[in-house]
Design a protein around this ligand. Sequence first.
Ligand code: HEC
Ligand code: HEC
Length: 289
Amino acid sequence: MASPERDPVTGYKTTGHEWDGIKELTTPIPHWWVSVFLATVGIAIVYLYLMPSFAGVKGFLPGALEWSSSKQLAEDQAVAAAAQAGWRKRILETPLAEIEADPDLRRFAVTGGRALFNENCAPCHGVGAGGQQGQFPALIDDDWLWGGKIEDIHQTISHGIRNEDDDSRQSTMPSFADILAPEQIDQVADYVRALSDPSQEATRTAMPGAKVFTDNCASCHGDHGQGGREFGAPTLNDAIWLYGGSKQAIISQVTHPRMGVMPTFAARLDEATIRMLATYVHTLGGGER
Ligand code: HEC
Ligand code: HEC
């Protein structure tokens, strides 16, 4: 192997390696590249010193700044809560029925209420409150079981329906399996279907089921099936069904009544939150004055 010699063109020494007459030079790494490399090493050392880094025995090393994403989240949430505090205070101080009259308050309540609804209510009532046929009522139409005024909605959300809360809405549709003969149940089911059928308007009072209905059902569902909100008894003459409008579904409800249960929210959500939810639901389309 030849000893290192200088390359006549560049002036750099050769390494002494040579293949087929081509000699390798000891050209140094450019200064700019070395500086950038050293700078990144420096930055990395500073970063590791300041920020959480290596795994220790009891957890990672916290770093000089003691930053953590959970602390950061708590701080951000505190900032957001502070920004909302003024609005929430105004919502608490404004009478329920007047929140919607103030455009700014209404916007805050509806926007916040929508997010809260998706978090707390959508699993049952669906995103957008469209309901789930046969289980959970839609809240976007003007067909209300318990009432569509904002005070009614507020009461329903606060205390729920048929739960152990003392102020929960309560009612029971009895089973008529042992009260009515199968023939009468058949007749009343036909009559209930006829209630929402305009083509049977003239003839329906003469149906045999009409008397069964008046004697057994009208006390809750109303003389004309218009519903009874003090019992949460659905309107039966509007062709909107919670549990289905087929004859079979009606017979099933009369013999084995299903009764919806909704949890109480007063224990879980604060009053301002419940008011925002009530405002949101009230503005969905079916709200009553
Ligand atoms: C576990 C399921 C469930 C959850 C969660 C739930 N609901 Fe309900 N909700 C129901 C059921 C079931 C009914 C119907 C009860 C009945 O048949 O009387 C109902 C009824 C209602 C009514 C009355 C509708 C009417 O026609 O009068 C309102 C208003 C309402 N819910 C709002 C809400 C809001 C707002 C939330 C979220 C804070 C919520 N619900 C969360 C199951 C639920
Ligand atoms: C004590 C009051 C009460 C009486 C009496 C009563 N119901 Fe009901 N009925 C209710 C309630 C409350 C509901 C709603 C249950 C719920 O919300 O889950 C209901 C629901 C129904 C439904 C389901 C409606 C739908 O939208 O799917 C039908 C159908 C019905 N009743 C028919 C009858 C018939 C027919 C009679 C008489 C034979 C009768 N009910 C008697 C309280 C009553």
